[in-house]
Structure formats: structure tokens, C-alpha cells
Design a protein around this ligand. Structure first.
Ligand SMILES: Cc1cc2nc3c(=O)[nH]c(=O)nc-3n(C[C@H](O)[C@H](O)[C@H](O)COP(=O)(O)O)c2cc1C
Length: 187
């Protein structure tokens, strides 16, 4: 994750290309309920202010605020409940969102986000995925997002500042050894 951005804008064609590639993540039943909403200029300013993320980062990691673009990954459960009423998918009760033990709209949107993070890295760009902790619904309403569509955090995207380096929790925490998290035959 990058927490020091260069404020230079990203070319529109590049952003479009990355988002088109990123959305080609797997999706349950090929429901494709993951959306991206890009914020720049006035909508970006509204994002920082409404969510309180601007104030949060300004005190801790102000380099995040230089990012020229925020991508909001959004998940539409109705794409899944509708798809799982179709003949080849019906019969599991999954036409009701509450019945999904794993809400695959979140899974699929997270996969698309990971694609975006990997693509950004491949192109030498920086990206930071972070959570929205305040006024998320108010923000989505302001941006015209339908009421049933869910936010799945935010991705700041841009060129990395020349002085960008390791930041965040990995600076103070070690990576857990493989044996801690990879289990064979039995947990
Ligand atoms: C679900 C999720 C939520 C995260 N939320 C935040 C956040 O709110 N603020 C932040 O600075 N980083 C956030 N991160 C980034 C993690 O801190 C970071 O991915 C982790 O420490 C590993 O660092 P690396 O991605 O640089 O390897 C989040 C990551 C994930 C996957």
C-alpha cells in the first residue's frame, strides 16, 4: 500500500483501462455485481470531508490526501439474488440476500479490488485500500448510488511520491510465518 502520493493526475485512458481489467475478476454465477465509482475534483473533496477520512489522514499520513483519484468499489446484492433465481442456479434459497452464508457480492468486489491493486503495482503506480468509517451512506446518496448498493471501502490511486516507502502496520508487525496460517490435513 502507498501512503505518499504525487498529486499529478492520472491519464483518463489509463484509469479506464485499469478499471476495465480489474472488473474481470471472477464472480459467482458470473453475476458481475461489482461496480467502480471514480471520484476526482469536487466529488473527491466531498469524499474526504463527508467520511472524515480527510481529517484522519491529515493527522497521521497526510501523503494519502495528495492522491488524485479515489475509486469506490461498490457491491450490488440484487445482481446475485436475481441471478440465483435463474433456472441453472435456483433451489438454494439464494434469491434472498440474508440466506447467503457468504455474501458473494462482497467476495467478488474484493477480488476486483485486488486486481486493481495488482494492476496499479504492475504499472508502477501507488494504491491504498482503506475503510470508510463515517457517513458512508450519506456519501453514496450524494453520489447517486442506489440505496441497495453497498460500499466496500475505498482505493486511493495515483503516482507514488518520490519519498514513498514502507508504511502502515507492516512497519510495526511481522508477517506471520507460513505454519501459522497454512494448514495441511487438519487445522
Ligand atoms: C480490509 C482492509 C482494510 C484496510 N483498511 C485500511 C485503513 O483503513 N487504513 C489504512 O491505512 N490501511 C488499510 N488497509 C491496508 C492494510 O493496513 C495493509 O494492506 C496491510 O497492513 C499490509 O500492508 P501492505 O498492503 O502494504 O503489504 C486495509 C487493508 C484491508 C485488506
Amino acid at each position: 500500500m502507498t501512503r505518499r502520493f504525487d498529486p499529478a493526475p492520472l491519464a483518463t485512458e489509463l484509469v479506464d483501462e485499469l478499471l476495465d481489467l480489474a472488473r474481470r475478476a471472477p464472480s459467482a454465477g458470473f453475476s458481475q455485481g461489482a461496480h467502480f465509482l471514480t471520484l476526482e475534483g469536487e466529488s473527491l473533496r466531498q469524499f474526504w470531508e463527508l467520511t472524515g477520512a480527510g481529517e484522519w489522514f491529515s493527522k497521521r499520513q497526510p501523503g494519502v490526501l495528495a492522491a488524485p483519484l479515489i475509486v469506490l468499489p461498490l457491491a450490488d446484492p440484487s445482481a446475485y439474488t436475481a441471478r440465483f433465481t435463474e433456472r441453472d442456479k435456483a433451489g438454494h434459497g439464494l434469491e434472498v440476500a440474508a440466506n447467503w452464508e457468504v455474501p458473494f457480492w462482497l467476495t467478488d468486489t474484493a477480488m476486483a479490488v485486488q486486481n486493481l491493486l495488482l494492476l496499479a503495482d504492475e504499472r508502477g503506480l501507488g494504491a491504498l485500500y482503506f475503510g470508510i468509517f463515517r457517513n458512508a451512506r450519506q456519501l453514496l446518496d450524494t453520489l447517486g448510488v442506489p440505496a441497495h448498493v453497498l460500499q466496500v471501502g475505498a482505493v486511493a490511486l495515483g503516482h507514488r511520491a518520490a519519498d514513498d516507502g514502507p508504511s502502515g502496520s507492516p512497519v510495526t508487525r511481522r508477517r506471520r510465518p507460513p505454519a501459522d496460517v497454512i494448514h495441511h490435513h487438519h487445522w
